[in-house]
Each structure stands twice: as C-alpha cells, then as structure tokens.
Write a protein that binds this ligand. Structure first.
Ligand code: ATP
Ligand code: MG
Length: 455
C-alpha cells in the first residue's frame, strides 16, 4: 500500500536517505494517516545520531537532545526527528535506566506502547515494518500493548492512562489481556503533570463513555480522581436517567471540545456525593455547586493545571446552577451577566445546555431553551447598559467631592447601590440623577444608621 505524505516530509526523508541513513515515519502520525486523518505533528525516526541530524540540516533546534530528539525546521515547518533507540530497565518506573541508540527499527518499535503506535513506514522503499500486527489491529480498531502488558505498564505506568486516552480519542476497543493488566496502584509513581496532560487529551475525545467505563472499572479513576469515582452509584431521581458519574460523562460529551468546558462538565456535579450526605430539606444536594467548585479546585491543583484553567473551571462549576430562563426580565438578565461576568456567561450557558441535555430532556428542547437564553444575553450586552461599577456615569472621586465624604467603604457601597439602580433602569445612568440618588442614599443611611463602617 502506498501512502500519501506531504512533500516536505518526503523530501526531508530523501535528504536522510541520500546521506546513507534509514528513515521512517512512525508513531501517532503514521497511525492517524492510516486511519484517514491528517496528522498535525510528524514523528520521524532515523539511525542518524542527533549530531548527524544537526550536521545535515541548516536549521535545527535541540528539543530533546538527551533522548535523541532534534526538531528540524524544513521548508519553514518544524519536524521532530528522533534517533532510533532501545530502552532497558525502568527501575524507577518513569525513565529507562539507559537509552541506547540502535540501527534496528524493530528494536525501536518494540519499546513503543501499543501495536497501532508501533508501525513504521519507509517513504523511500514504500515498505511497512509492522512486527506487532499494528495495521491489522488498526483495521479491527483494537488497542493492544506491545509485548506483555503487565510488564510494559510496570515500566511506565502512564501507559495505563494512555490506553484510556487512546480509547477515548480513537474509539477503539481494548484487548482483554491489556485491559486486565491495569494495576491502579502503580499510578502513584507517575508525576501529576504527566497525568494532567494525558487527562486533557482524553477529555477532548469523542468516545468518553467507553473510555470512562474502563477508567472506572479498572479502579484507575478511583486512584486519580477519587472525588469523581465517588459519583458512581449516586442516583438523583427527578429528570435524571443516570447516576451522577454517568450524567457527568454525558455532559462532558455534549459540551464543545474545549479543555475548560470539558473539565467543567465532567466536574460540575462533583460536589453531589458530599452534599447528599448533609441533606435534610427539600433539595437532595444542598450547596453542591459551591462544594463542587472547591473540590474542582483541589483536583485541578493536584493535577498541576494552569491557574487560568483552574480559575475558569471553578467559576463555571460555581455558577452552573444559576437560575436562567428565556423569558426572564431584562433586569434579571443584566444581574446575571453582572454576577457571572461577561467573559464567562456564554460558557455557563454552554454548561447548562450540556447539563440538561444529559438529563431526561428532549435534546431539541434543551437547545431551543438555551438558544433563547443566549439570545437574551446577546441583546442585553448589545444595549451596552452598565453591568459593572466602572461603567457608571460617576466614579468614587465624583461621589467624594459631591457628597463631601472621605475615602472609605461608604464610597464603594454607594457605587454598588447605584449600579443596582441602573441595572433596573439603564436610563438613569447619567451624572445628575446618580449624584442626586447618591445624596439620598447617604441621608437615608445616616438616618437608619445602616452605613458601612470604616474597619
Ligand atoms: P498524539 O501525538 O496524537 O497525542 P502519539 O501516539 O503521537 O499521539 P506521542 O505522545 O506524541 O503520542 O508519542 C509518539 C509515539 O511515541 C507514540 O505513538 C508511541 O509510539 C511512542 N510513545 C509515546 N509515549 C510512550 C510511552 N509512555 N511508552 C511507550 N511508547 C510511547
Ligand atoms: Mg504525537
């Protein structure tokens, strides 16, 4: 079988070949190409040493020189070239004890994780090297480890999570023996960063249901995110057809594939198992959004996610229960945008849409309902009414001068009250009216003794 490679990749391989080196397309790039997808990153392997690669090309970057990886900028595009290698011993379960360069492509393929990732294609001879039947498994849509799965997972336990990740992104079945070889306890040996990065790739997948099934049943989920595993078997009644874990997976699958949205969806109800324990009143899960936001923050911190991601996700989880409807009043829409923030409001709506789609609702109705809310929010934003204190026609200095008061908490309080007033009626956002209203607020507060005190 001939395969179609971009011309810059074929040319680059020819340079290596003409210098007397072997050269193969390998890894995820070849796998995805054979699946009919267009790879973004190209994995090239050669028996040229990093020094020899550097000598052959004019523009090189030593990205991972110690592991044999050089980035070559070829015809303006970066391509990663890795020297074929063999790995021996993994006594720390993270790094091979020694990395040896090899001239045998089969040895290089044998260190790779799954058979579909262990195929090589030589663009010069147009021949495949496929010692582990990777192409056959690709056709059967099957993930199987290269060699003895138990031993391969012991060498580098991250491979267990990579298995789940490929299941979730490729939608392949997992070979029984490989699945049964998962040893959740080993996961403790893997750094939180690597786990976080794999989870990010998993969450963007299109096949979250089968992936999370193995994630849960293998006890890996319990090991990595016990808070989410605790959602299994928490039933909710009412509109819900799934337990909290199933509902969360479904919500994640229904939200657009952006990392912060996927994280927010999978974690939006993570407060429910804890909230369920404190139930006494009418709500079966009192305060679960607030609790969930705290748990989400702990989970994402533990996984060393970026502060920006953590801030977005916790905000979404915190506000996912905010009451909203297409026929809410203008002032209620303004208050909602002011409370949630213009930067987050459409994400919260997306989360609500995924949330109710994952319940017992008619999905078409859910989309219409949320589109109605979205439209209301767009209209209110377009009218440009003030939603923050900074958008008022007066500021703190104006107030202090006009009311002859000193800086202190009273200034902030009056501004907040004025904003409240303007959100009810944006027509009142002019200097004159606001200063008059401020004067009245001050007098009323003085009469009632209800002004905030300087601490
Ligand atoms: P993608 O780039 O689409 O996420 P990929 O398969 O290219 O998927 P990478 O992490 O880029 O994954 O790794 C490239 C190749 O290196 C893999 O296809 C696999 O052959 C090998 N590989 C990567 N990580 C491991 C690992 N932990 N153990 C064994 N082989 C690995
Ligand atoms: Mg890759």
């Amino acid at each position: 079988m001939r395969i179609q490679l971009p011309t810059h990749i074929t040319k680059l391989c020819r340079v290596l070949d003409e210098a007397g080196f072997q050269c193969y397309v390998v890894g995820g790039a070849l796998r995805d190409l054979l699946r009919g997808e267009k790879p973004d990153d190209w994995d090239i392997t050669t028996d040229a040493t990093p020094e020899e690669v550097e000598a052959l090309f004019s523009h090189t970057i030593p990205t991972g020189r110690e592991f044999g990886t050089i980035t070559v900028v070829f015809e303006g595009r970066p391509v990663e070239i890795t020297t074929m290698r063999q790995e021996t011993g993994y006594s720390d379960h993270r790094h091979p004890d020694s990395v040896q360069f090899t001239k045998d492509i089969r040895l290089d393929l044998s260190r790779r994780d799954f058979t579909v990732n262990a195929i090589a294609y030589n663009p010069i001879t147009e021949k495949f090297i496929d010692p582990f039947r990777g192409r056959f498994h690709l056709k059967r849509r099957l993930l199987a480890s290269v060699g003895d799965a138990k031993a391969r997972f012991r060498e580098d336990p991250l491979r267990m999570l990579r298995l789940i990740r490929f299941q979730g992104t490729l939608g392949f079945r997992v070979d029984k023996k490989t699945a049964h070889s998962i040893q959740p306890g080993l996961m403790r040996l893997v750094s939180a960063e690597r786990i976080g990065q794999e989870l990010a790739k998993l969450l963007l997948g299109n096949y979250l249901f089968p992936a999370f099934e193995l994630f849960y049943t293998s006890d890996l989920l319990q090991e990595i995110i016990p808070e989410l595993a605790a959602c299994k078997g928490v039933f909710q009644g009412g509109h819900h057809r799934f337990d909290v874990l199933g509902h969360s997976i479904m919500a994640a699958q229904h939200i657009p594939p952006e990392l912060h949205l996927r994280w927010a969806a999978i974690l939006h109800d993570v407060g429910k198992p804890v909230a369920a324990r404190s139930t006494s009143g009418s709500s079966p899960f009192p305060g679960h959004a607030e609790l969930g936001a705290e748990l989400a923050e702990q989970i994402l911190r533990r996984l060393r996610c970026s502060n920006q991601l953590i801030a977005k996700v916790t905000h979404l989880v915190r506000y996912h229960m905010y009451p909203m409807q297409p026929n809410m009043s203008d002032r209620a829409v303004r208050r909602m945008i002011a409370k949630i923030g213009q930067d987050h409001i459409f994400d919260v709506i997306a989360l609500r849409q995924a949330d109710i789609t994952a319940m017992y609702f008619n999905p078409v109705q859910a989309v219409q309902f949320l589109n109605g809310i979205r439209q209301r929010v767009q209209e209110v934003i377009a009218e440009d009414a003030p939603l923050t204190v900074a958008q008022l026609a007066v500021d703190g200095t104006d107030l202090m001068r006009s009311l002859q008061i000193e800086p202190g908490p009273i200034v902030g309080w009056i501004l907040q009250e004025l904003l409240d007033m303007v959100m009810d009626d944006p027509g009142r956002n002019n200097r004159e009216e606001l200063l008059t209203a401020a004067q009245q607020l001050l007098e009323l507060g003085q009469d009632q003794g209800s002004l905030p005190q300087t601490p």
